[in-house]
Ligand binder design. Structure first.
Ligand code: DAS
Length: 327
């Protein structure tokens, strides 16, 4: 029987209602597995109790630790795959960070639940069972880090939590599903293309993501740089345009060697330097801004952190983004 390691980190999947009817962490990884029927018939599961926290706690240093734990688990060649239980809120970020830092062909699947373990119809047990099925599937090799909820298998690079509460919350936009976990077999729709891998940084560079708004002033950037910010991801309008008041601060930051990555508040499509009016993307490009192409703000923050751990050169950082998104 194949061996699968389940790494429990927390999230709604491991929560129960308290006396006030509010969800709080309550269930260990081992207890979680006991709630999954027939698991022993699918794989021999071993549990690593990494944490039992809501996913708002998965900060960059914790992601580094989690990636190191996954790599330690995979050092055993007898392990067929890894399942990570996690909160849904920041799951896509953890998945993408692991995608960027773990070079291994064996399946790594993150799963979660929208309904906590107190609910009679919690989606947790079924999601765990399906994640273990994927971890043992012979065709799951070389598909990168995956996200599985509601029978749907997503690629870490494209997936996002698109609904706050639905069990069908996760969505991969134009890329679509990587696969579907049906009752009799797993159907695979896309091959996976691996991108560049990064070594785990000892100290994670401080990158701040900000939502750009009309009337936003440059003083915000100056203040954050004075507090040690090493890079920004600015979520701009449409194709990558910003209010004209920001040009001054952007020029100043770029001259100081602080990279600014532009993303868009529009979930689909690429940012491109098209417009040349004050604040337009073409002018921002000339000031030194890096275009994320289509990567989300949350994921661009992680990629910029890892890029900054290997280079401070704006052209090289742009190449890292362009290569990641071209996959
Ligand atoms: N929103 C909760 C969840 O869906 C909490 C969390 O993300 O940890 O898991």
């Amino acid at each position: 029987m194949k061996r699968v390691i389940i790494i429990a980190t927390g999230g709604t999947i491991a929560m129960k209602k308290n006396d006030l009817g509010e969800s709080v962490p309550a269930v260990s990884g081992r207890e979680l597995l006991q709630s999954v029927p027939d698991l022993a018939n699918i794989a021999a599961c071993e549990v690593v109790e990494f944490s039992n926290v809501a996913s708002c706690n998965m900060d960059p240093q914790t992601l580094v630790k989690l990636s190191a734990v996954v790599q330690q688990c995979l050092a055993d060649p007898g392990i067929a795959g890894i399942v990570i239980t996690h909160g849904t809120d920041t799951l896509e970020e953890t998945a993408f960070f692991l995608e960027l830092t773990i070079e291994d062909k064996r399946p790594i699947i993150l799963t979660a639940a929208q309904r906590d373990a107190s609910e009679a119809d919690s989606d947790g047990p079924r999601n765990i069972k399906n994640a273990v099925r994927v971890a043992t599937d012979p065709d799951a090799m070389d598909r990168g880090v995956m996200v599985l909820l509601n029978e749907e298998i997503h690629c870490a690079r494209y997936v996002t939590k698109a609904h706050t509460s639905s069990v069908a919350s996760f969505n991969s936009g134009p890329f679509g599903l990587l696969g579907y976990c049906d009752v009799d077999r797993i159907n695979w729709y896309h091959p996976h293309k691996a991108g560049r891998f990064f070594a785990l940084p000892e100290k994670v560079p401080k990158v701040i993501p900000l939502l750009v708004f009309t009337g936003m002033e440059s003083s915000i950037l100056r203040h954050l740089i004075s507090q040690g910010t090493e890079g920004f991801v600015l979520e701009a309008f449409g194709r990558g345009n910003m209010p004209p008041e920001l040009e001054n601060g952007i020029e100043w930051a770029c001259q100081k060697g602080i990279p600014i990555v532009i993303t868009s508040r529009s979930p689909d499509g690429r940012v491109l330097p098209i417009y040349a009016y004050p604040g337009g993307g073409a002018r921002l490009k000339k000031l030194g801004c890096i275009f994320s192409e289509g990567l989300s703000t949350a994921k661009s923050r992680l990629l910029l952190m890892l890029a900054l751990s290997v280079t401070r050169d704006f052209a090289e950082i742009q190449a890292i983004f362009s290569q990641e998104v071209a996959l």
